[in-house]
Every structure is written in structure tokens, then in C-alpha cells.
Design a protein around this ligand. Sequence first.
Ligand code: UDP
Ligand code: MG
Length: 319
Amino acid sequence: MCIYSIVVPAYNEEANIRALYDRLLAVMEPLKETWELIFVNDGSRDRTLEELEALAKVDNRVRFIDLTRNFGHQAALSAGLAHANGKAVISMDCDLQDPPELIVEMISKWREGFDIVYAQRLNYRKDNFLKRSGSKLYYRMLDKFSDVKIPRNVGDFRLVDRRVLETVNNMEEGSRYLRGMVAWTGFKYTTVDYQRPDRESGESEYTLSQLTRLAMSGLFNFSIIPLKFGLYLGILSIFMGICFLGYMTWDVVIVGAKYEFFKFLVVVLFIFMGFLFILMWLLGEYIGRIYNEVRKRPVYLVNKMGNFEGESVSLQHKD
Ligand code: UDP
Ligand code: MG
């Protein structure tokens, strides 16, 4: 058991591993506390694994997990988190975009009693316009729709207390949106600010489709609002159908206009389509419920208990 675990997923990061290790060393050694560094090699195609093996030989606090193939960032991070032993666990990227020096500040917040410390970036990266504005819009949408408050502009650079870690490790859901899962636990959190620098070396391996998938996980795993669209669409369709029908009837009865029969049919169809949409929403509600049941999130988490014999630490209830 050590005090701190640092978990780093790495995909084609041969050039960054040493540099990250050196900078972490400079940050962690002065603390004079025990720590471990867990790398997860996410099926890299370069010499990442060799670098990790070499590093693990010279420093036994460096551990690594080599995955059989590329499973993606969130999966790799989950693997690392599942094997972290520390009382506080820090997750960060391998490409030095998450400055190790910030860890000191995160640790002091943890010592103050926060269970979760997010690193919140102040600037937007020199990404292209699409990624930048997409990212902004996305966070705004997520904020509006999602049932849990996921702080804006935080990535996967964070520190979590052991009890948060264990809750997240116990969540069995397959599509993992870790920052949302961490936020979901509801433990006391705070943020520390930083300027996110550009990637030290190599290219970002996150493709647009991976990024989209991540964004979708965030939206769909943490809100069932999209299911409600059927209801709104249905109501709109029925309302419009009724208006058209009313207008036509008025036209025929009062003005004396002549309408072909199929024109009435079209309007009636509008109304029926509305019912169809509403039916789809109803189905969606059931599906949403099934989804909530199958992923078996705990029903609640306890922060503290008073006057219960011997059970003063966090309890986790699983239904
Ligand atoms: N990464 C990973 N598997 C992947 C893609 C990325 O483990 O399939 C790791 C990568 O090595 C880095 C972190 O996830 O440590 C973030 O990746 P990247 O820098 O490409 O993302 P960005 O900074 O653009 O969000
Ligand atoms: Mg990066």
C-alpha cells in the first residue's frame, strides 16, 4: 500500500515516457512519501512497451499493464485504476499536456479533505476551430442535459480519494465515461486551474470518431433527455395536425372551398404520426429504465454515518 498512485494510459508515447517520469520524479521525491506510477500500454505500435520495461527495471515503483490491443483511452485508464493501490489516485495523460507540477496543489487540496480534485484548464488548445467550438458547445449541452453536474473544461487529469476510486472500480458499465462516473459519486470536489500546453511529442491519437464516441457516451450515459424528443415531437405533430384540420374545416364550412379527399387524409396522418412519436417516447422511457437497471449503479452512496457501531467510514450499498 502506498500513499499516491499515478495512472497513465499510453498509446504510442515512446518519446514521452522518460520525460514524464523525470518530471514526476522531480515533483514526487520532495514529498517524501510512498508512491507508485502505473502505466497502461494501450496496444501501442511503437516502442512504448520497451520503454516501460526498461523503466520498470530501474525503478520498482514504476509498474505497467500491457493490454493485448488498443482498447481506447477510457478503457486503458480503467485498467490502470483497477490496479491502483494508493490512498489518493491521480490520473493523467502521457503526453505532458497535464503538467506534473500541478499534482502538488492537487495533493494539498486532498489533504484539506476534498475527495475529488479536478484539474480545470483555463485555455483552449491550439486545436482547429471545429474541435474547439465543438468542445465548447458540447460542454454547454452536457451541463444542461445531464443529471449530474460534470464540471466544465475538465478532462481526465484529476485526483480521487480511495473511496471514490473503489466506487468507480465497482461500476460495471461497459461504456465508460470516467469523468462523469467520478462526478456521479457526488463526493466533495474542488478544482485547480492550469494552462494546458500543447502536446510534447507525437500526434494526438484521438481521432474525430473516437472523440465523438466519447462525447456520445457522456451525453447518453448521463442523461435520458434524448429519449424525451419523441414526446415533444409528438405533441408538436398533433398540435399542427389539429390546427390544419381546423383551418380546413373552417375553409370548407364557412368559405365553401372544395378540398380533395386526400388532403384531409394528409392532415389526419399528421395527427396519427404525432401519436406514433409519443408511442416511441413511451418505449424510450422503458428502454431508459432497462438501461438504468442493467448497469447496476449503486442506489446511493454514504459519505459519513454517526453513532453506528464501527461503521463510520464510507459505505456503499449495492442493490
Ligand atoms: N490514449 C490511449 N489510447 C488511445 C488514445 C490515447 O491510451 O487509444 C492515451 C494517450 O497516450 C494519452 C491520453 O490517452 O496519454 C490522451 O490522448 P491524446 O493526447 O491523444 O488526447 P488529447 O490530449 O488530444 O485529448
Ligand atoms: Mg493529449
